[in-house]
Write a protein that binds this ligand. Structure first.
Ligand code: FAD
Ligand code: NAD
Length: 354
């Protein structure tokens, strides 16, 4: 058990303790019952450096803690997981030991804490879809789990509009592509008549936008025992697949097949990068592009999702060892889930991002 404080808030929660040097105070979170990773923790130091919010967010539950610090810290945080989660804070006045770290109380779960994020860069990856790189405030630490989405919000003509956007990756072709605790990347399609995407599309580097902390329904443990992964993505429904696909290819020996449904060739996100990945992982990665409004010279698959098409895609894999991920416009997802069910694919081997 940790030195310092005992359990806070009941048996399923965390033990909280601390250790320190003259420069740093490290707050420790340990749980006997919750699976924890650095990605599940979002930390925010207050402007005066005298307190901190810690939100634990997982696919099962959210927990929030308020830590009143013994003395002031600087606005920078690092978190690592060793035996336990360690949240390291730099003392504003280094050179002495604190009597304790302060106090910690369990509060009502605080969903979607707002962070003011700065746009660092934006680039077009297709005619209508942008890749956007955002930076979080220095006083905040947030490393989102795979498949999670944050919420962007803006007040438009006095109406608050908030929409979810998946945290993707800076690129897919390198093993080192990753988000870090102060930066995240999104792929956002700008709709001509879209209330929020018009605002997002008009942001310039240096502009700030309110981003609420992430939500997560997916859990990587769902797919860990399967050797084949079928990704069925339509349009920007590819975004939650990006990190799963990258993880499976670079960190596992799973076979991955992407069935990518778009209207036209020019709508295909990261088409050349997918080609590069295909060449690199030729024995374990295949991509089928399916276009619903192809130009005349398109010789690939055409139409929308259908049972024959799904049978064809699944024919490369043994059904018992295959996990299927689905995401796209709601009618696409509904139809795909129905077809998979009609094909007797077990619901426990299917997950839809909705
Ligand atoms: P709205 O003002 O809501 O709509 C205006 C017009 O835009 C509509 O008439 C329609 O033509 C078009 N439109 C709006 N919403 C949709 C829609 N959902 N599907 C198709 N056409 C639409 N989008 C991304 O680009 N990248 C992401 O990473 C991403 N992640 C998401 C994660 C989740 C969990 C969910 C539920 C959605 C995600 N979306 C993502 C979609 C996003 O949340 C918005 O729905 C979308 O950006 C449109 O918002 P808007 O305010 O611009 O458009
Ligand atoms: P889009 O309009 O460009 O359509 C892409 C493809 O979806 C089409 O080519 C077609 O094959 C298929 N499709 C569209 N309507 C269909 C229908 N009625 N029946 C069967 N198939 C159909 O797509 P878009 O504008 O890129 O929109 C992507 C969608 O994905 C949005 O609705 C967005 O909200 C959703 N999305 C969800 C998440 C999530 O995590 N839940 C994440 C990202 C995107």
């Amino acid at each position: 058990k940790l030195p310092g404080l005992g359990k806070i808030g009941g048996k399923q929660y965390f033990n909280v303790g601390f250790k320190q040097t003259e420069e740093e105070v490290i707050i420790l979170f340990q749980s006997d019952s919750l699976e924890t990773s650095v990605e599940n923790f979002v930390c925010n130091i207050s402007n005066d450096g005298l307190s901190m919010h810690v939100d634990f967010i997982s696919h099962k539950q959210s927990l929030s803690y308020f830590i009143k610090l013994h003395k002031q810290v600087k606005a920078s945080i690092s978190i690592v997981k060793r035996e336990v989660i360690e949240i390291a804070l730099k003392k504003a006045e280094p050179g002495s030991l604190w009597d304790g770290f302060g106090s910690c109380k369990h509060t009502q779960p605080f969903k979607n804490r707002l962070l003011s994020c700065t746009l660092i860069s934006k680039s077009n990856i297709t005619h209508d879809t942008l890749q956007l790189h955002f930076r979080l405030p220095e006083s905040c630490h947030m490393l989102t789990p795979m498949g999670a989405h944050v919420f962007f919000q803006a007040s438009i003509e006095d109406i608050l509009i908030r929409r979810p956007y998946t945290v993707a990756l800076p690129c897919i072709t390198e093993s080192t592509c990753a988000n870090d605790p102060n930066n995240f990347y999104t792929l956002i399609k700008v709709y001509e008549t879209g209330a929020l995407t018009k605002v997002i599309g008009n942001l310039s580097p240096g502009d700030e936008i309110s981003v609420a902390t992430f939500e997560i329904k997916f859990h990587i443990g769902l797919i860990s025992s399967f050797s084949n992964i079928l990704l069925l993505a339509a349009g920007t429904g590819f975004t939650p697949m990006v990190r799963v696909m990258h993880h499976c290819l670079f960190n596992t020996d799973k076979k991955v097949q992407l069935g990518f449904f778009n209207k036209k060739e020019l709508d295909i996100l990261w088409r050349n990068d997918l080609k590069t990945l295909k060449a690199r992982f030729y024995s374990r990665f295949t991509v089928d592009h399916v276009l619903s409004q192809p130009d005349q010279d398109w010789s690939g698959l055409k139409g929308r999702v259908s049972i024959p098409l799904l049978k064809e895609m699944l024919s490369n894999f043994q059904i018992d060892t295959t996990f299927v991920l689905v995401c796209g416009p709601t009618p696409f997802t509904t139809l795909t889930l129905k077809f998979l069910s009609d094909m007797k694919v077990k619901s426990s081997s299917v997950f839809a991002f909705t």
